[in-house]
Design a protein around this ligand. Structure first.
Ligand SMILES: [Zn+2]
Length: 247
């Protein structure tokens, strides 16, 4: 009888551990990224190439982390994933987007992911010395309602697969695709930057902004008033286009 109770207790303990694991944010994020990886499919020579978690630093030493890159004959799709739920409000040109939770009782602002991803694309374009072949894609992983988002190429994870068939007017040759893929894989493999360093760099950047210094060029930051509120702008504008919202 004791053995019977013991086995029930063991089963309950295992169940609790499994539920905790499934519910943890890390698992959710990783699960979402796996879903995206599955939707994008695998690298197929000559037809498409896929790279996940591309972490690198540019020639100025700025670290950059790209969730997914898909290369097909229609172009290079740079994909930023957002693990948010609730209702999302956003516009391609706005600096900030809003996540609304709990029937409007909780609102969180976050930096426009289209703009964030545009920075990733800028760095890739610089590295590959190419223009007009990149497409900026943002995908919301969880059951976010993005019907109020007004920006091109922002997807719910369930509709992401359409990008694989979308005609962009481009027609890259298998050789071009392979060439881009090999360069990016080289970038990924040669990058000595670790996740830890990437996070440390983000922290360092935040500290510089707090002290009123542009993290990109080292010039002084100026406080400006925009339609979305106050923000910092580099005094070196337009040579340096660094801006940061006041939060
Ligand atoms: Zn600057």
């Amino acid at each position: 009888m004791f053995a019977f109770y013991l086995s029930i207790a063991a089963v309950c303990l295992i169940a609790v551990v499994i539920v905790k694991f499934i519910k943890s944010p890390e698992t959710r994020g990783a699960k979402g990224e796996t879903i995206v990886a599955r939707i994008l499919g695998r690298t197929i020579d000559g037809e498409q190439y896929v790279i996940h978690d591309l972490l690198f630093s540019d020639k100025n030493g700025n670290s950059c982390q790209i969730d997914h890159v898909l290369i097909n004959k229609h172009g290079i799709w740079v994909i930023e994933t957002k693990n948010f739920s609730g209702r999302i409000y956003g516009d391609a040109r706005r600096r900030e987007w809003t996540q609304v939770l709990a029937y409007g009782n909780e609102k969180n602002k976050f930096y426009n992911p289209v703009k964030q991803n545009a920075t990733h694309i800028y760095r890739l374009a610089e590295y590959l010395d190419e223009k007009n072949i990149f497409f900026n894609v943002v995908v919301f992983l969880r059951r976010a309602d993005i019907s109020r988002v007004s920006a091109e190429n922002v997807f719910d994870v369930r509709t992401l697969s359409v990008i694989k068939r979308r005609d962009t007017g481009l027609n890259l040759t298998p050789e071009q695709m392979q060439n881009f893929y090999e360069k990016l894989i080289k970038l990924k493999n040669e990058s000595r930057i670790t996740k830890k360093e990437h996070i440390a760099q983000i922290r360092d950047k935040r500290n510089k902004i707090r002290s009123g210094i542009c993290p990109r060029c080292g010039a002084k930051l100026l406080l400006r008033n925009g339609k979305d509120g106050c923000f910092f702008e580099c005094s070196n504008y337009p040579d340096c286009r660094f801006t940061k919202n006041l939060d």
